[in-house]
Design a protein around this ligand. Structure first.
Ligand SMILES: NC(=O)c1ccc[n+]([C@@H]2O[C@H](COP(=O)([O-])OP(=O)(O)OC[C@H]3O[C@@H](n4cnc5c(N)ncnc54)[C@H](OP(=O)(O)O)[C@@H]3O)[C@@H](O)[C@H]2O)c1
Length: 340
């Protein structure tokens, strides 16, 4: 079953499966998931070849990292990425799994942002302890930029640059403690700012290169090609609507919020073309991004073993070339977007 192609990460020797696993869901994103279910899900993913797993301290304030580490500890050949920038501070007021920052996690911590040199080193060490692993392959600077930090973005940028955060990451890479680093963000501009400051091996870009949005073609993807920086596509369904479509009867999500009317209308038009060519919308969303040579992997958010199996089938679905041509013809795909 393990026939998912590998792609190289930047200019490094690391290769990852082009279909990976986004483990935000395993931190109880929006709803609690049991330890047993997360283990079954991860075991299914590993068995079916999704051997690149992306996690973060943020995902359930350490819960996703704990679960991922427990599942992969004795499994050889798994690539793990986690993130830096959020330190977990003990919080004795947390005594239930009420939703906090989107996660229904009982982990008794609060987030302290720190993108400085020492903060990044501490974040890396803390992650190894929570994962129970001696090594992670990739570190992403998580959510740096104004999309997440608004008016405080300049302060955290200062920590990352003048404050030595990027230097810490370079040191970890030079010493062989990690293989690659970059940013893990939902916005484009900050990626280009960071590429001017350091050589990024890989950028985890969530929701900004998808079947719905291709503005990354303007300058980010060309800059990445010139610099030898790979892109991992997070949020390939724009958090839901490109997987669920518009016809489920419940509110479709776009970027973690109810989808606006213009987005729903655009997805409806894509669905109409998909119907005509007998294509599953989610299959098109996954396969579209992989047509771009700069993309190393696509990592949808998956919560159950059944979803993992369904996703492998979407990845393998045979899609007629005319489908892509028709999307282009109708102005639903940019003409300069590579198609499968
Ligand atoms: N800043 C960052 O670094 C950043 C930001 C965002 C994401 N990411 C990474 O990208 C990963 C994926 O992002 P994401 O989970 O936010 O968004 P996503 O993959 O675009 O969407 C995930 C949602 O789509 C639904 N879904 C998935 N497969 C489906 C299918 N076959 N049919 C119907 N619905 C389906 C799931 O909903 P249900 O489970 O409710 O059915 C799930 O909640 C994250 O886990 C994380 O690793 C990173």
């Amino acid at each position: 079953m393990n026939d998912i192609s590998l792609r190289r990460v930047g200019l490094t020797a690391l290769h990852v499966p082009e279909l990976g696993f986004g483990a935000a869901s395993l931190g109880n994103l929006y709803r609690p998931v049991s330890d047993a279910q997360t283990r079954t899900t991860l075991n299914a993913a590993l068995q079916m070849g999704l051997r690149y797993i992306d996690t973060a301290p943020h995902y359930g304030r350490g819960l996703s990292e704990r679960r991922v580490g427990d599942a992969v500890r004795l499994v050889p050949g798994v690539t793990i990425s986690t993130k830096v920038g959020r330190l977990m501070q003990p919080d004795r007021t947390v005594s239930d799994d009420r939703e906090r920052d989107g996660f229904r996690s009982p982990m008794p911590f609060r987030v302290h942002y720190d993108y400085s040199h020492d903060g990044i080193l501490r974040s890396h060490e803390d992650s190894l302890q929570r994962l129970g692993l001696s090594h992670v392959d990739i570190l992403y600077v998580h959510d740096i930029g104004s999309f997440n930090h608004g008016a405080k973005a300049a302060h955290y940028w200062e920590q990352l640059t003048a404050g030595g955060g990027l230097k810490a990451l370079e040191r970890l890479r030079d010493e062989g403690l990690i293989t690659a680093f970059g940013l893990g963000v939902n916005e484009i501009a900050v990626c280009q700012d960071a590429m001017r400051e350091a050589h990024l091996d890989v950028i985890l870009l969530a929701g900004r290169y998808t079947l719905l949005e291709q503005e990354a073609l303007d300058s980010l993807l060309p800059s990445c090609a010139a610099a030898g920086t790979s892109v991992v596509v997070g949020g390939p369904y724009n958090s839901g609507i490109l997987a669920t479509g518009t016809r489920t009867g419940s509110q479709a999500l776009y970027d973690y919020q109810p989808a606006p009317a213009a987005v729903i209308e655009r997805v409806r038009r894509i669905e109409a073309v998909a119907d005509r060519y007998d294509v599953t919308l989610a299959a098109a969303a996954l396969q579209f991004v992989l047509a771009h040579p700069q993309i190393a992997s696509v990592i949808p958010g998956l919560e159950s073993a059944a979803r993992v199996e369904q996703t492998v089938n979407l990845y393998r679905e045979v899609i007629a070339r005319d489908f892509w041509a028709e999307l282009r013809h109708q102005g639903l795909l940019r003409s300069d977007a590579p198609i499968p």
